[in-house]
Ligand binder design. Structure first.
Ligand SMILES: [Zn+2]
Length: 268
C-alpha cells in the first residue's frame, strides 16, 4: 500500500535547500528523486500556508489569511480525507497544525501527545516553542512511523524559521541548519524509502535577509519540492516551476484516494 511522508520544513528556501542539503542533492543527482521549484502562495506566512499545503486552495478561499486566525480548517484537507477512509494519520508538528486539524485553541497538556482514532491527526506529537530542537522532533516522527505505520505523516520542523528569523537568511546559522536537517534526515529517508513511503520535502514559505517573510519577493516565497519515490525512480532536477496547490491532490493521488472538488490543481 502506498504511503506518504510530507516533510514541511518551516521557512526552507529553495536556493538554500538546493545548495546545502547534500543527501537530498545526491538523490536528485542520481535520479532517485525529482526536484521542482515552488513559487509559494501568498501571504508567505506560516499558518496560511500550512492550510494551503493541506487543502490545495489559496488563502482567500480557505480563509486562514493570517497567523492570528485560530480555528479548525473548514475545507477538505489531507488529514481528514485520509482519516475518513479508515487510513492512519500522524504528525510531528508545531501546535498550529493541531489547531487546524484537531482542536482549537490548543491545550498544551491535553493536545501535546494524542493517540485517538477519532481525531483527524490520530497520532500527534506537537510543540509550542520555535526553538524546539529539530533533531528531537525527527526522532518523534521516526518513532511514529515505526509504531503506527501511518499512511500519511506530516513532519514539520521549525529550525530553519527559527535560525532565519534570529540571524537572517544570509547567515551561516541559517545555511548551516539546512546542512544539519539534511544530515539528520538522511538515515530516516533511507529507512522510510525501504518501507515504501513516498517522501516529499518542501517548505511553507521562504525568508529574507532581514529574517522576515510574509511578502512577495522570491526569497520569501520560493521553496523546493523534492519528491522521493519508493523504488527510486526520479527525474533529477526538473527545472520546472509548479504550484504549491498541487501538493494536496498529489498526496491523495499517491494514496489512491478521491480528490475533493475543491482541489482544482492537477496532481504531479
Ligand atoms: Zn512558517
Amino acid at each position: 500500500m502506498a504511503k506518504v511522508i510530507l516533510i514541511l520544513s518551516d521557512a526552507l528556501r529553495y536556493d538554500v535547500a538546493k545548495d546545502n542539503m547534500g543527501f537530498l542533492g545526491h538523490l536528485v543527482e542520481s535520479k532517485l528523486a525529482s526536484l521542482y521549484k515552488i513559487v509559494g502562495e501568498l501571504p508567505s506566512m506560516s499558518r496560511p500556508m500550512y492550510e494551503t499545503v493541506h487543502t490545495g486552495v489559496p488563502s482567500s478561499v480557505h480563509g486562514i489569511v493570517a497567523n492570528s486566525i485560530v480555528r479548525r480548517s473548514t475545507m477538505p484537507n489531507i488529514f481528514q480525507a485520509v482519516k475518513d477512509t479508515g487510513k492512519v494519520t500522524a504528525a510531528a508538528a508545531y501546535y498550529w497544525v493541531s489547531e487546524l486539524y484537531n482542536r482549537a485553541p490548543y491545550n498544551r497538556i491535553d493536545d501535546k501527545e494524542v493517540d485517538d482514532t477519532s481525531l483527524n491527526i490520530q497520532h500527534g506529537r506537537f510543540y509550542t516553542e520555535d526553538e524546539y530542537p529539530d533533531v528531537e522532533l525527527f526522532a518523534s516522527a521516526a518513532s511514529l512511523v515505526r509504531r503506527f505505520s501511518p499512511d500519511y505523516l506530516l513532519l514539520h520542523p521549525m529550525g530553519m524559521d527559527y535560525h532565519g528569523e534570529t540571524y537572517g537568511s544570509d547567515s551561516k546559522e541559517y545555511r548551516n541548519h539546512a546542512i544539519r536537517q539534511d544530515m539528520w534526515l538522511a538515515p530516516l529517508i533511507q529507512e522510510w524509502m525501504n518501507l515504501d513511503y513516498t517522501i516529499f520535502v518542501t517548505g511553507d514559505h521562504g525568508i529574507n535577509k532581514d529574517g522576515a517573510h510574509g511578502g512577495t519577493t522570491s526569497e520569501q516565497r520560493d521553496v523546493p519540492l523534492f519528491v522521493i519515490q519508493p523504488g527510486g525512480e526520479g527525474r533529477g532536477d526538473t527545472g520546472e516551476i509548479i504550484s504549491q496547490l498541487r501538493i494536496a491532490p498529489s498526496v491523495l493521488r499517491i494514496l489512491d484516494l478521491p480528490i475533493p472538488e475543491t482541489m482544482k490543481h492537477l496532481p504531479l
